[in-house]
Design a protein around this ligand. Structure first.
Ligand SMILES: Nc1ncnc2c1ncn2[C@@H]1O[C@H](COP(=O)(O)OP(=O)(O)OP(=O)(O)O)[C@@H](O)[C@H]1O
Ligand SMILES: [Mg+2]
Length: 317
């Protein structure tokens, strides 16, 4: 490959990578109707839409369905009003991502979500120089974009990222609210609207892989749990399209599985899995088959555990 073509390919690959940070609203948008262009949409509080900026692509275009479980909405709003960094703690599939999408919509702020993984480096978050046909150009990472332009930056599963990545967020999460771009020789003073939110699944961490106290102690935290029976059934029915009776049965099965946590299961069935099962049933799949495909098989390979879960399924379907 020619040198110029190779550089172009590298730049394109990077652009693909950056695009994965864009919010995934399309699926819901098609289900819930047309989407008003974000630039014309007033914020939930009725104030005028923000002037067009590079952040418009990250605006949550319409109200996400979120069923509040306690006073988390008020607490988050209070935290945002003083721009406290917030940590959302709770097991997988219990509503953390949905909550932050809802809050971004309610506050009328753009949301940049980054799914963290172990290969992620500080440069992936902060930014890097890219080579292109004209030489080098600086590309802000998602954290720098959010800090510069004023978005809520949501780092999903931050504990997965390497330690240098978590340390990069420190100056943004104390009184300084700055992000040094060392390679570029620039210090970004965070926009007044900027806020950092991270998620964290307690219990999944090993001693080697946990957030440092110096990171944890920079955040206010909200605990998330699976909702109580009636509320969870309401969510499952709403999201999957099954009737409330079927949704309640799915929740019963999940509750049984959650009692097996620590007795052969690492984690019980999440609300997300119940929605998957409900969606299959709503598509016409027989409940038994749907539960096996969406609940039993994904969560365990242990024959005894599968038997125990199958027994729970046949009790309710
Ligand atoms: N309180 C809630 N209100 C509305 N929907 C909810 C609620 N809780 C869970 N859900 C539904 O459950 C699904 C899974 O929740 P979500 O993706 O927010 O989980 P999560 O906590 O971010 O999980 P993970 O830690 O794996 O990222 C959502 O897509 C949504 O449909
Ligand atoms: Mg999530």
């Amino acid at each position: 490959m020619r040198h110029g073509a190779l550089l172009k390919e590298i730049a394109m690959r990077h652009d693909d990578y950056v695009r994965t940070y864009a919010p995934r609203q399309e699926a819901r948008a098609t289900r819930t109707g047309s989407v008003m262009p974000a630039a014309y949409r007033p914020a939930a509080d009725g104030s005028a839409p923000a002037a067009a900026t590079g952040l418009d692509a990250y605006r949550v275009p319409q109200e996400p369905y979120y069923r509040a479980l306690a006073d988390e909405v008020d607490l988050y709003e209070a935290a945002y009003s003083v721009r406290l960094p917030v940590m959302l703690k709770g097991p997988t599939g219990c509503g953390k991502t949905r909550f932050v999408e809802y809050m971004a919509w309610k506050l009328g702020k753009p949301l940049i979500t980054v799914a963290c993984n172990e290969d992620m480096t500080a440069s992936d978050l902060v930014g890097r120089y890219l080579l292109d046909a004209n030489g080098t150009r600086w590309q802000d990472g998602p954290l720098a974009t959010a800090a510069r332009l004023g978005a809520i930056c949501y780092l999903d599963e931050v504990v997965e990222a390497r330690q240098d990545t978590t340390v990069a967020i420190h100056p943004l999460t104390d009184a300084r609210r700055i992000l040094p771009l060392e390679k570029k020789g620039e210090i970004i003073q965070a926009h007044p609207d900027f806020q950092l939110v991270i998620s964290y699944n307690p219990g999944y961490q090993s001693l080697m892989k946990d957030l440092k106290q110096s990171t944890k102690q920079r955040f206010a935290a909200l605990d998330f749990h699976y909702p109580e029976h009636e509320v969870e059934a309401e969510i499952v029915a709403h999201e999957s399209g099954v009737g409330l009776d079927v949704a309640k049965n799915l929740v019963h099965i999940a509750e049984r599985s959650r009692n097996l946590k620590g007795h052969g299961l690492d984690e019980g069935l999440s609300t997300r899995m119940l929605i998957y099962a409900g969606s299959l049933i709503a598509q016409g799949v027989a409940p038994l088959g749907a539960c096996q495909m969406a609940l039993v098989r994904p969560i365990t390979d242990d024959p005894d555990m599968r038997d125990a879960l199958d027994a729970a399924v046949t009790t309710y379907f």
